[in-house]
Design a protein around this ligand. Structure first.
Ligand code: GDP
Length: 297
């Protein structure tokens, strides 16, 4: 299960302070030492850990908390609030275009789950948001990627716009947008090339697509299992092309949680969805508060 180690450690720490009728500064410091250790072990970015501990300590050592009737509970609430804040606070909804179609650019490194997520998102948009999505195969470097999207499209009975591998991604997007208008698609999901690492060509291609049509959302798909690497990838993509949100995949695995807890704070971009499995219905909106509750038990 995801976050297992972190949850276990934090819940252990919390249980020590929970019912205390009196909490001293020393108690809080002790607790913060353990929380710090738990976060580092969960592969949370060091700067993020430091800021988090500072914020919780400042609030928890205040007189109003220590002198309250339930200081233990108060401290736990502060930890939960700050954990929720760290992950973005409120759930961040999809930004739909005022004038359809809404254009969503899907970016990410190969293997992160980008194509799968594109299919899942289209499925969710149809089922939960009553939209009529068009999938666009703009990964011209891997014929297998186009085929994969077409297979997903078939499985979901959703149309996939593809022009093979000989046409440039920008031209594919241009024609796809025309097609979407003709066929009254209100959301266009563009599956862009996934590379093994971030390179100039990839970034240029994304910039060219953006120059043609500014997308309403640019979702970066990252693999939560890769921990701090996922955070670095998010940071680089954001700097190079500007992302509007993150989809964190493979949260059904035994990820330690570092990516989920660091990405928002490092990139200032919200985690919008999480992938919870390989099936087409395994995509959920990300709720920071629910996640914090799950971690703290
Ligand atoms: P891409 O190269 O980024 O397009 O990656 P793919 O979409 O091909 O996904 C790579 C692998 O990750 C595939 O085997 C997917 O089934 C798997 N995958 C994607 N998202 C998830 C997820 O949320 N959970 C799990 N367990 N597997 C996932």
């Amino acid at each position: 299960m995801a976050f297992e180690g972190l949850a276990e450690r934090l819940q252990g720490t919390i249980s020590k302070i929970k019912g205390k009728g009196k909490v001293t500064e020393q108690d809080v410091k002790e607790m913060m030492r353990e929380v710090r250790f738990a976060l580092i072990e969960a592969d949370v970015n060091l700067k993020v850990v430091k800021t988090f501990i500072k914020r919780v300590s400042e609030r928890a050592i205040g007189q109003d908390v220590m002198k309250s009737l339930t200081p233990g509970q108060q401290v736990i609430k502060i930890v939960k609030d700050e954990l929720t804040d760290l992950m973005g606070g409120e759930q961040s909804p999809i930004k739909f275009a005022q004038k359809p179609p809404t254009v969503i650019l899907m970016v990410g490194l190969q293997g992160a789950g980008k194509t799968t997520t594109t299919g899942k998102l289209a499925n969710l948009l149809r089922k939960k948001y009553n939209r009529k999505p068009l999938l666009v195969a703009a990964d011209v470097y891997r014929p297998a990627a186009i085929k994969q999207l077409q297979t997903l499209g078939n499985q979901l009975t959703l149309p996939v716009f593809a022009l093979g591998t000989e046409v440039s991604p920008v031209e594919i997007v241009r024609q796809a947008l025309e097609h979407a208008k003709e066929e009254h698609h209100d959301v266009v999901l563009i599956d862009t090339a996934g590379r093994l690492h971030i390179d100039e060509n990839l970034m240029q291609e994304l910039k060219d697509i953006r120059a043609l049509k500014e997308p309403d959302e640019v979702f970066l798909v990252v693999d939560s299992m890769t921990g701090q690497d996922a955070v670095n990838v998010a940071d680089s993509f954001n700097e190079a092309v500007g992302i509007t949100g993150v989809v964190l995949t493979k949260l059904d695995g035994d990820t330690r949680g570092g990516a989920a807890l660091s990405i928002r704070s490092v990139t200032q971009k919200p985690i919008k969805f999480v992938g919870m499995g390989e099936k087409m219905d395994a995509l959920e909106p990300f709720h920071p508060e629910r996640m914090a509750s799950r971690i703290l038990g």
